[in-house]
Structure formats: C-alpha cells, structure tokens
Design a binder for this molecule. Structure first.
Ligand code: GDP
Length: 202
C-alpha cells in the first residue's frame, strides 16, 4: 500500500505554549504523545517519511510546547511535549499537565491520540495518566509499541498481547494497540490506517 502523499507533505506550522496561541481550531488533528525517549520523534519522522521533521520539537525553547505540523489546509499532526523527564522540576510538570489537559479537553479539531510507548517499558505511570485523560474526555486512543526491533519476535508478540489485555481490563472504552519499529520500518501501514481514519483521509 502506497503512503498517502499528504503525510510526506508535512511541514512545521507553529508552536504554542497554550491553547490560546495554537492555530485555528478547525479541521482534523492527531496528537502524538509519549514519554521522553520512547521514540516519538522517530515515529513521526517514519510516518511522514521525513528525516528531520520532528527534530524541530527538540530544539531549545520548543521542547515544552505543542508543535503543530501541517499536512494540508484542514489536517495537522501535533507533537505533544515528551513527558517523564526525571529532571523536570515539579512546577514545570504541573504546567505541562495543565497545558496537555486543556488541549485534550477543549480542542475541537483533535480526533485522536497516538500514544508512543517503548515496547520494552510499556504502560508507565505517565502513560496511564495520558490514557485516563483520553478516556475521561472520550478521545479515541491508539497505542504504538515502538522499538519492537529490540525484542525477539516472540517477546514482542507477548508484550503486544499483555498490553492489549491490560488495556481491555482496565479501561471502559476500546484502545487499539500495535507493534512498531522506526528502525525496521514495521507497523507503518497499520499506523497509517488509524491516522487515515481520524484525519478523514482516503
Ligand atoms: P523521543 O524523545 O520520544 O522523541 O524519542 P526519539 O525518537 O528521539 O528516540 C529516542 C532514541 O531511541 C533515539 O536514540 C532513537 O534512535 C531510538 N529509537 C527510536 N525509535 C526506535 C526504533 O524503532 N528502534 C530502535 N532500535 N531505536 C529507536
């Protein structure tokens, strides 16, 4: 299946420190969330077939912001600040929480959250917080267990089944989950099928 050219067209649009200075709340948006170092930037780059797109979110001054990438006039990908840096002071963690919660609860254009977890360390307390918010606000959620190349095939499938079972058991609304690898370029079609649905592509 060929990649829809819209993804490859992605380009940096704007950064926002709060909802008030985000781009106009119209059209369709998918937010990427995940613990710092989980592999979120790599996943965004892989899914847009670009080498450096998500690097912008890691430039000084932008790491704590909402970073918007434009696909076309009506569609955007949003890189949420990575969470879980041990060194981030508590006040900043609080500000982070407030910004994300506000974005998740009020953004009309937001159609789903694509949550990146390291397949070797899934479902951290920060992930649980993000899932709780999505459930609370009725937001569709998809989990990509990335870096699956670092596990054997058997161990990766075992993790997939365990995470899926936990999500089914713990949460009322259905949450889809898949294996992913930016390094091996695995899981791209499955991820795009989810994004296409949320972004009304195709
Ligand atoms: P972020 O902080 O969540 O944006 O994480 P990055 O995308 O910057 O990735 C963190 C580290 O994990 C980097 O050293 C990446 O090269 C590595 N990484 C990311 N995705 C994968 C993957 O699918 N497989 C492997 N083996 N390494 C990965």
């Amino acid at each position: 299946m060929a990649l829809n050219p819209l993804y490859h067209q992605a380009c940096f649009l704007a950064s926002a420190s709060r909802l008030g200075n985000a781009p106009a709340d119209q059209g369709f948006e998918v937010a990427f969330a995940g613990r710092s170092n989980a592999g979120k930037s790599s996943a965004i780059n892989t899914l847009t077939q670009q080498k450096t797109l998500a690097r912008v979110s890691k430039t000084p001054g932008r790491t704590q912001l909402l970073n918007f990438f434009r696909l076309d006039d009506a569609r955007r990908l949003v890189d949420l600040p990575g969470y879980g840096y041990a060194k981030v002071p508590e006040g900043m963690q609080h500000a982070w929480g407030q910004m994300i919660e506000q974005y998740l609860s009020r953004r009309e254009a937001l159609k789903g959250v694509f949550l990146i977890m390291d397949a070797r360390h899934p479902l951290t307390p920060f992930d649980a917080r993000m899932i709780d918010w999505c459930q609370h606000f009725g937001l569709p959620l998809h989990v990509a267990l990335t870096k699956s190349d670092k596990l054997s095939r058997g161990a990766a499938l075992d993790t997939l089944h365990k995470v899926a079972a936990t999500l089914r058991r713990e949460y009322a609304q259905p949450i889809s989950v898949q294996l992913f690898s930016s390094l091996k370029r695995q899981g791209i079609e499955e991820a795009h099928a989810v994004l296409d649905g949320w972004l009304a592509i195709g």
